[in-house]
Ligand binder design. Structure first.
Ligand code: SAH
Length: 216
């Protein structure tokens, strides 16, 4: 199947919705979203919608991926942390824009599938860890940017503490199913600033330390 026409339509939608950052738009144009989906969903790859990726999880809506990426304000010198690898799509959008991205996922099957995709896309600056992202990755901290792609019930201070001063974290906050809000946290010398972005709906960030083999 040829996705070119669908792809152009999606990029036009993103532009219309206010995404003007050309580096982000070209990353969205280059990364084959169909690769991150089961074959029976591939024909919807360039629809501006979230889609199921198995294990009760979802690949985020392209507009949300684009807006979160823009807000992080990434450059090639930055070291990033991502919580919730999922399909790996958001990771693949960020990887070419930064120096290195550390990505954490608690579901073993999803992580395995994502690692296969990173390999076939030759994303050599992606480092994966099967673990509880709620605690972050203290051994690799601090990070110039953190992106969380599952909703936390409240702001995880463990992650705020792993940001460099001036670094940003984009994270959905809110209870499961309720209205969640995407927020941008900027670490300052003596604390942090919090800016609201827009309402979103993400799967929950699980706050226990279990690693799951699949199924949940
Ligand atoms: N960014 C992904 C979407 C991820 S969905 C994509 O582009 O496809 C959210 C993911 O967060 C799920 O895969 C879920 O298993 C994972 N997750 C939830 N809680 C977590 C935690 N505490 N630590 C690590 N990963 C977590």
């Amino acid at each position: 199947m040829n996705y070119e026409a669908d792809k152009i339509r999606l990029i036009m939608t993103l532009r219309r919705e206010g995404i003007t950052d050309t580096r982000v738009l070209s990353a969205m144009e280059r990364v084959p979203r169909e690769m991150f989906l089961a074959p029976d969903l591939a024909d919807k790859a360039y629809d501006n919608v979230a889609l199921p990726i198995g294990h009760g999880q979802t690949i985020s809506q392209p507009m949300v991926v684009a807006a979160m990426t823009v807000k992080l304000d990434v450059d090639k010198r930055m070291k990033l942390l991502e919580i919730g690898t999922g399909s790996g799509y958001q990771t693949a959008i960020l990887a070419p824009l930064c120096r290195r991205i550390y990505t954490m996922e608690r579901n073993r099957n999803l992580m395995r599938e994502a690692e296969v995709r990173f390999k076939s896309l030759r994303l050599s600056n992606v480092v994966t860890w099967l673990g509880d992202g709620y605690r972050g990755w203290p051994e690799q901290a601090p990070f110039d940017g953190i992106i969380v792609t599952a909703a936390a019930p409240e702001l995880p201070m463990s992650l705020v503490e792993q940001l460099t001063v001036g670094g940003r974290m984009v994270i959905p906050i809110g209870a499961e199913g309720d209205d969640q809000e995407l927020v941008c946290i900027t670490r300052t010398d003596d604390g942090f600033e919090r800016e609201s972005m827009f309402a979103v709906r993400f799967v929950p960030l699980v706050t226990d330390r279990r690693i799951v083999a699949g199924g949940s």
